[in-house]
Design a protein around this ligand. Structure first.
Ligand code: BES
Ligand code: ZN
Ligand code: ZN
Length: 529
């Protein structure tokens, strides 16, 4: 016999014993008689795809408990709604329980999903993040201000899905999306939930800074925002170095970019002393902080140029990772360095062919003023060598070529250290914000050191070929440390719809991977080198 249509079943139930089931995705207002925001909360529950032929819903333990609470009505309604829910698909039920006027059930995919060796990530965690994000957004569409979330067996991933999935840059709009506060459903795993909230809020801070317009996040505003976030920590010191300091430090490459703009440059320096021994060698993070990259005299095409407000994504992700590390009270020392400036065309700007001198004395021919990130980083990397670092890790939206190579699937990692690579890689499997190792061959070095007027050119001599690799080879000229990694994050800078738990916009990637990496390093104690 054919099942009657879901809506008709729902209507019949409503007239009979009240609970209203709606088998369709949540859209529009809640049915009459069901208050929104008046005390009741939303509830997001996960359900695994069925392994057995009977098609019965395979609830999580929270789902099972809730189903018992409502005398099996949830299971009954779900089976009336049709075939088992596929991964990421939802059904919403109104009026099942007085404390939860709206319940979203969302498909989690396979029950025992774990690390997927082909995909280089933990599929189970990714499924939870994606499912919870979808569920929470449906609650937001219903304008319910509070949602309880099923931990789905991994409360950290669930919290990440909720907090990342609900984030949106609303700052400058008069009409804002309703604020929804996610909470853990049940009392178990509250520590893991809290950890997930902190990781996700860290990434959201980077997203906020990257998304904000360049006239709001100037170098000084960026530095002040980060300083304010770190103000309450007694074990953090923030130095906002002005132009005079940068000049004294002889950072000629950085200054050559900054002088094209009327907005003064800043060198932001953060010291987080989380280790029991404040003298322990620190992890040093360096981030490209170009708050707007017009290309300079080698002007970029106007179409899409607005995205270059996020060209401080390296600085945003490393600073946000330090804010997160401090919040988690990670037991290690971290130094953060962010050269911040604009890249603009003007009468004072770098001209193609100009030669500038970096902090280590090397001369650089600026063959293309749009390859400005490596000029800032050259000086910041030289400076990073002052701290006897355990490792130096820099992040930069450095090359369009990186986006061409990997797209948004993974951050490209160029490193001289397999020890460092292993830590970054293992961290990324957990976070789902993946990394992929790229080459630092002498082959590319030759293409930047074969330069007519200076020690090194800021572009490879075969112009676009291997652009991400020649940029990395250029940076290597300013590194003597034996544990250094350069993360080219240009490809992962923004999200269209590739990462299901991030809305469209600047992505703040790979903040969580940097945090997880730092957490692992803090456990790898002192014999790490
Ligand atoms: N900030 C850009 C790279 C970029 C492009 C980041 C797209 C994110 C998305 C960088 O400063 C740049 O313009 N690089 C040039 C280098 C070239 C001139 C050698 C590029 O990639 O085209
Ligand atoms: Zn550029
Ligand atoms: Zn740039």
């Amino acid at each position: 016999m054919l099942l009657p249509c879901v809506r008709r079943v729902a209507a019949r139930r409503l007239s009979r014993d009240l609970p209203l089931a709606c088998g369709c995705p949540a859209q529009g207002p809640a049915p009459r008689g069901y208050s929104r925001g008046a005390g009741g909360k939303g509830l997001v529950l996960g359900v695994y795809s069925s392994e057995k032929d009977d098609g019965a819903a395979q609830f999580t333990s929270a789902g099972d408990a809730f189903d018992r609470l409502v005398s099996g009505k949830l299971r009954e309604l779900l089976s009336l709604c049709g075939p088992p829910l596929k991964k990421g698909k939802t059904r919403i039920f109104h009026g099942l329980h007085q404390d939860f006027p709206s319940v979203v059930v969302v498909g989690l995919g396979k029950k025992n999903a774990g690390v997927n060796d082909q995909e280089n990530w933990n599929e189970g965690k990714e499924n939870i993040r994606a499912a919870v994000a979808v569920g929470c957004r449906q609650i937001q569409d219903l304008e319910i201000p509070c949602v309880e979330v099923d931990p789905c067996g991994d409360a950290q991933s669930a919290a990440e899905g909720a907090v990342l999935g609900l984030h949106e840059y609303n700052e400058l709009k008069q009409k804002k999306k309703p604020i929804v506060t996610p909470q853990l459903h049940g009392s178990a795993e509250s520590e893991a939930w809290q950890k997930g909230v902190i990781y996700a809020e860290g990434q959201n801070l980077a997203r906020y800074l990257m998304e904000a317009p360049a006239n709001y996040i100037t170098p000084i505003k960026f530095a002040e925002h980060i300083e304010q976030k770190l103000r309450s920590f007694s074990n953090v010191k923030v130095h906002i170095r002005p132009e005079s300091w940068i000049t004294t430090e002889q950072m000629g490459a950085f200054l050559s970019v900054a002088k094209g703009s009327t907005e003064p440059p800043i060198f932001l320096e953060i010291h987080y002393l989380g280790a029991a021994n404040t003298d322990d060698s620190p992890l040093v993070f360096v981030g490209k902080g170009v708050t707007f990259d017009s290309g300079g005299i080698s002007l970029k095409p106007s179409s899409g140029m607005d995205a270059m407000r996020a060209d401080m994504g390296g600085a945003a992700t490393i600073c946000s990772a330090i804010v997160t590390a401090a919040t988690l009270n990670l037991p290690l020392n971290i130094i953060g360095l962010a050269p911040l400036c604009e890249n603009m065309p003007s009468g004072k700007a770098n001209k193609p062919g100009d030669v500038v001198r970096a902090k280590n004395g090397k001369t650089i021919q600026v063959d293309n003023t749009d390859a400005e990130g490596r000029l800032l980083l050259a000086d910041a990397l030289c400076y990073a060598h002052n701290f006897n670092a355990r490792a130096i890790v820099n992040a930069a939206t450095l090359t369009g070529a990186m986006d061409v190579a990997l797209g948004s699937a993974a951050t490209g990692v160029f490193t001289n250290s397999s020890w460092l690579w292993t830590h970054l890689y293992e961290a990324s499997i957990l976070t789902g914000d993946r990394v992929w190792r790229m080459p630092l061959f002498e082959h590319y070095t030759k293409q930047v050191t074969d330069c007519p007027l200076a020690d090194v050119s800021n572009v490879g001599k075969y112009s676009r070929a291997g652009g991400a690799c020649t940029a990395a080879a250029f940076l290597k000229e300013f590194v003597t440390a034996s544990h250094w990694a350069h993360l080219d994050i240009a490809g992962v800078m923004s999200n269209k719809d590739e990462v299901p738990y991030l809305r469209k916009g600047m992505a703040g990637r790979p903040t969580r991977t940097l945090v997880e990496f730092a957490a692992r390093l803090s456990q790898d104690s002192h014999n790490a080198k």
